[in-house]
Design a protein around this ligand. Sequence first.
Ligand SMILES: Cc1cc2nc3c(=O)[nH]c(=O)nc-3n(C[C@H](O)[C@H](O)[C@H](O)COP(=O)(O)OP(=O)(O)OC[C@H]3O[C@@H](n4cnc5c(N)ncnc54)[C@H](O)[C@@H]3O)c2cc1C
Length: 427
Amino acid sequence: MASQPRIAIIGGGISGVCLAIALQKRNLDVTIYEQAPKFGEIGAGVAFNPAATRAMKLCSTDIYDAFEKVATRNISTEKQKTWFDWLDGEADEPIGQEPYLFSLTNEFGANAVHRAHFLDEIVDLLKEGTTKFGKHLDTISDEGDTKPLKMKFHDGTEEETDAIIGCDGIKSSVRIWMLGKDHPGSSPSYTHKYAYRGLIPMKKAVEALGEDLAQNAKMHMGHDAHVLTFPVDHGETMNVVAFRTNSEPWPSSEKLVLPSEKSHVKKDFEHFGPTVQKIIDILEPNLDCWAIFDLGDHPMESYHKRRVCVLGDAAHATSPHHGAGAGMCIEDVAMLAEVLNDHKVRDQGLKGLEIAFKTFSETRLERTQWLVQSSRRSGDLYEWRVEGIVEDIEKIQKECKESNEKIWNAQITEMVKEAKSVLDRNF
Ligand SMILES: Cc1cc2nc3c(=O)[nH]c(=O)nc-3n(C[C@H](O)[C@H](O)[C@H](O)COP(=O)(O)OP(=O)(O)OC[C@H]3O[C@@H](n4cnc5c(N)ncnc54)[C@H](O)[C@@H]3O)c2cc1C
């Protein structure tokens, strides 16, 4: 082993880039291997909750500052603490007069970024030469406790390293290597929900919907479908995600995103009222449709195998109904960075890395896998699909409040403290 262990991060999405920054901040030696020719995120919004922003600060205050630079909250002064207002999307009421159902609030309400803009900001924080592009990891070879790990890439090259952290998303090659390709947990499951996503210039959205609907986070509920909107780009753009549930299989075995068009959205939401119809009218004519897959049917029993581990979507990809998948990635990063930086881990070389990964896995499994299941249920609550609750708004509100508060109120410093005591036990 070199004087300092070499850590390979597979994948340069939000998880991989934040992890590299957090580890570099702690003077660890990291390289990102990204399959794409350059960094890239889709043009869509992603919201971060209070627990995620606390975790960001622990990863590196530079990540938090970058986030603050591009973050957008609700525009109205009285909505600064509102996460979402829930509305009856099916009601046949004029635009802006959908019956109000309930709201959830937290310390800073909706707090969203345009994904590509956030990634651009954090990529600038990486040390020069951190990332190797065009490197799709095919497989790993682990030749024993004292030997380096070998990574085999699709371009025919091989590289050695001391530890591998898979941040390679829902179709993770690292997870497949850990579980074996025939293991049911190697493939994600279709949740029978899909989502159309769009970005609308705010000026156009305000003209069509009025200021309150366009500039503040709203959730329009309905049978087997729901539509959410929130502002991004410092209020210059309204982000739209329109979810639909049906029992059909997803039509592609390869692609999670398929091109679609507005006429399909119109058909899927024909039972919604004038406000949602208007939102659809102002979408671009051609837009993408995203299949919502997760890892909820066959959750991993462990996030590590010796000196290889997975985090973020690679470990626990979730449906997005809590708006917390990326937030969990950041919590994972903060936790793993703190554990890897522990002096006991640093003093023990290769063995220390394995114990760090074991500790990370033991302390992150419960919360991250609970999220996957709770998110599935939340999606169904928003669509009046939960048996025994259906359209009982009081019960829906109560459940949503409880589950979201469990996400938002978590304290990363407490979670790290607990992980450190698990680490002590594992040594
Ligand atoms: C519709 C929708 C809305 C969402 N909204 C929110 C939200 O509001 N809030 C929130 O917190 N979360 C949200 N999420 C979840 C969030 O998007 C994900 O949890 C997060 O982006 C996952 O980041 P990641 O870096 O782990 O994975 P990814 O973003 O998938 O990145 C994986 C990276 O690894 C690379 N890669 C893959 N395979 C390989 C390989 N074999 N070798 C090398 N590189 C590889 C990829 O090119 C990519 O760059 C949403 C998700 C969806 C689908």
